[in-house]
Design a protein around this ligand. Structure first.
Ligand code: DC
Length: 218
């Protein structure tokens, strides 16, 4: 779609809210770059683990963050549960956040514009984003989706464990001192508890098209 050039779209929300799938579809639809910023935190944790380094040394973690290339993130390798757990530990470190936020901003500035998804995009990384969406769903619904993903992929998991995990991550993401997960004051809330991905995509593009129409009319 034309007219989206130079656009920055921020998508924030808790784990398993569907924001990642939505962000990829939005980026493809408008011809924008896409960065899943969770992968940048995951890559730092993975680099430390691969080098046999501890996860609680902020100076080492900052060095790993500064040498990260956001253009070379391997989703398959970084998507494991273990890497996610490790990522949430380095994500509380201010020096790591500063280094990664710089790289994320640089990514957002590259033509033809970008969709970034994460926890602090609308509040910290791109406070001037053209469109901000806060994608959420109840913890029960998010746990159900994640459980189904595991089971459909041939794995086994107890729903109660998946729910406990989702709730633990929420508490960590929303409770941390530096850049906690919360909707930006000017974010549009998209509660996908009762929506499938198609309806969520329709709702998101209706909002974005509205912003584009106003922008192109100016
Ligand atoms: O969305 P995810 O599971 O890939 O995120 C991994 C960890 O990184 C998770 O603990 C939240 C954190 N994160 C963050 O603090 N800020 C972001 N912009 C993205 C992710």
């Amino acid at each position: 779609m034309s007219g989206a050039s130079g656009l920055t779209i921020a998508l924030d929300g808790p784990a398993a809210s569907g924001k990642g799938t939505l962000a990829r579809r939005i980026a493809a639809h408008y011809g924008l770059n896409h960065l899943d910023t969770g992968l940048t935190y995951r890559a730092v944790a993975k680099a430390l683990a691969d080098a046999g380094e501890p996860l609680d040394d902020e100076a080492l973690a900052e060095r790993a963050a500064r040498s990260l290339d956001p253009g070379a993130l391997d989703r398959t390798v970084l998507s494991t549960h273990e890497v996610g757990e490790a990522a949430s530990k380095v994500a509380v470190m201010p020096a790591v956040r500063r280094a990664l936020v710089e790289k994320q901003r640089e990514f957002a500035r590259r033509p033809p514009g970008a969709v970034l998804d994460g926890r602090d995009i609308g509040t910290v990384v791109c406070p001037d984003a053209d469109v901000k969406l806060y994608v959420t769903a109840s913890a029960a619904v998010r746990a159900e989706r994640r459980w189904r993903e595991i089971v459909d992929g041939g794995g086994t998991a107890e729903y109660a464990d998946v729910l406990a995990d989702v709730e633990r991550r929420d508490a960590r993401d929303m409770g941390r001192a530096d850049s906690p997960l919360k909707p930006a004051a000017d974010a549009h809330l998209l509660d996908t508890s009762e929506m499938d991905i198609e309806s969520a995509f329709q709702a998101a593009t209706a909002l974005i098209d509205g912003v584009l129409a106003r922008r192109n009319a100016d």
